[in-house]
Design a protein around this ligand. Structure first.
Ligand code: NAD
Length: 500
């Protein structure tokens, strides 16, 4: 069987990459290579940036209302092609079709938000900041922006970036994860079908070489990154050194704190969904539970029962709860971390290391794993596992649980399960994490708020989408104006002007 080769999308056409290495794209449910992807070289990235640069002047001059109309048509096309896009996500990532569909839908919500861009780009105006002097501000695009995205949300994370950037009047170069390139390329074609001029959005699948070319390119004004913390830090430091605007979202270790007064059944259901959905490959997955007081044993038993009942199999098969993880190498890493956890003293509640569905063939499957009596010094707690592994720690009080969460270097998401408003208020106030759920396990904000963590889960000041996204993809110009009457008396003054 011949395996199709995926190329870049530059200036509104397929772009044959200049002879660089071909990467393999797997179907994680079968372990088979289904596509090959031509990794973009430095020159290919240069061609994409040139296309974006030449499209910028006309796109900048396209009124926000006209841009919004193209975004609205794009939104329609994403809806029409929802099943097809979810299918691509599932084929290359391994998620179940229902989970993949939900993730595309969450991305479409950002496009929906960006359709309001004429309203969102309104500046501020003050009359009479001095006698006869007015001041107003306008938000203008930056130029060519770039995005580098991870494997785990092939549609949603790119949709956090390019619709916002493009709505604001920028042009864009997207470097999707080389493990899951097809969805981003399909979305770029759909955007052009919606009326987006050629060159406004360019897609260059590739590896670190393409990323380094983006970081070094003098014509790129801003870089958005989502991925693991070591690469996020590298992106932030390198791009900032060359004067680019950067937002770099990193990894996570998201804790759920469970109090004895919670609704136990509801809590256990929510935690199993948040820990094992998408095989734990979500940056907002709950990967650590902190059980407070005497709830621990009851909670762990419920978690065990519910996790053991999950149906594991190919994401394309109806009725499956959990698909495979993304690659064989990632599965080995997860297995190794579980083994290390057990050797360091964690107690196995459920061990998914050897789970393989009967017809799973060479697919990269794992079962759900729960490790109890984990401590903060164990490797399974310190490392982001990014797989279907839930660790349970125990704390005597809410205060001790908050202290434990705050000592963790990551600060992406967290959740508290309780029936107490006072405990919830205290948690919300004291916790040092960017996104907080109260009886909500995966508190991903809708696009009229913004998404982002704290601490080592982000490098850069502004979160993605929402009004922080608008701020990130624009720069503010403040204009002070005065219209003197011909008869007005004037005289030169060399003192610092004051208006008030
Ligand atoms: P990754 O950091 O390995 O890769 C992310 C992107 O960086 C990819 O496009 C990849 O090609 C590129 N890249 C990889 N190595 C590079 C290098 N040495 N130099 C330059 N570029 C490089 O992440 P991943 O495995 O694709 O995704 C999983 C990670 O992403 C997890 O850590 C997860 O928590 C994180 N994530 C975070 C968020 C968030 O919102 N904070 C969202 C999704 C995923």
């Amino acid at each position: 069987m011949t395996v199709p080769v995926i190329s870049s999308w530059v200036g509104g056409a397929e772009f044959a990459a200049s002879g660089r290495r071909l990467g393999e794209v797997f179907d994680p449910a079968t372990g088979q290579v289904t596509r090959r992807v031509a990794f973009a070289s430095r020159d290919d990235v240069g061609a994409a940036v040139a296309a974006a640069r030449s499209a910028f002047p006309a796109w900048r001059e396209t009124t926000p209302l006209r841009r919004a109309r193209i975004l609205a048509r794009f939104r329609e096309l994403l809806e029409v092609h929802l099943d097809e896009l979810a299918g691509l996500v599932s084929q290359e990532h391994g998620k179940t079709q229902a989970d993949a569909k939900g993730s595309v839908q969450r991305g479409i919500e950002v496009v929906e938000f960006a359709c309001g861009i004429p309203h969102l780009l309104k500046g501020e105006w003050s009359e009479d900041v001095g006698k006869g002097v007015d001041c107003h501000s306008v938000l203008q695009p930056l130029g060519v922006c770039a995005g580098v995205t991870p494997f785990n949300f092939p549609a949603m994370v790119p949709l956090w970036m390019f619709p916002m950037a493009i709505a604001c009047g920028n042009t864009f170069v997207l470097k999707p994860s080389e493990k899951v390139p097809s969805t981003a390329l399909r979305m770029a074609r759909l955007f052009e079908e919606a009326g987006l001029p050629a060159g406004v959005l360019n897609v260059v699948p590739g590896d670190a070489e393409a990323v380094e070319a983006i970081l070094a390119h003098p014509d790129i004004a801003a870089v958005s990154f989502v991925g693991s913390t070591p690469i996020a830090r590298h992106i932030y430091e390198t791009a900032a050194r060359t004067g680019k605007r950067v937002q770099a979202l990193g990894g996570a270790k998201n804790h759920a704190v469970v109090l004895p007064d919670c609704e136990l059944e509801f809590t256990a259901d929510a935690l199993v969904g948040a820990a094992f959905g998408s095989a734990g490959e979500r940056c907002m997955a709950i990967s650590a539970v902190v059980a407070v007081g005497d709830v621990a044993d009851r909670l762990v038993e419920r978690l065990r029962q519910k996790a053991a009942a999950l149906r594991i199999g190919p994401g394309s098969r109806p009725g499956m709860d959990m698909g495979p993880v993304v690659t064989a190498a990632h599965r080995e890493k997860i297995r190794g971390l579980i083994t290390t956890g057990l050797s360091e003293g964690a107690k196995p509640v459920l061990d998914g290391r050897t789970v393989q569905p009967a017809d799973g063939g060479a697919g990269f499957f794992l079962g759900p794993t729960i490790l109890d009596h984990v401590t903060t010094s164990m490797t399974v707690y310190r490392e982001e596992i990014f797989g279907p592994v839930l660790v349970v720690l125990r704390a005597p009080t809410l205060a001790a649980a908050i202290e434990l969460v705050n000592a963790n270097p990551y600060g992406n998401g967290t959740a508290l399960f309780t029936g107490s408003g006072g405990a919830a208020r205290r948690f919300e106030h004291d916790i040092q994490v960017g996104m907080v759920g109260i009886n909500v396990a995966i508190p991903v904000p809708l696009p009229f708020f913004s998404f982002g963590g704290w601490k080592q889960s982000i490098f850069g000041a502004l979160h993605v989408y929402g009004m922080e996204g608008v701020k990130y993809y624009t720069r503010t110009k403040a204009v002070t104006s005065r219209w003197p009457e011909a008869s007005e008396q004037s005289k030169s003054s060399l003192a610092m002007p004051t208006l008030g």
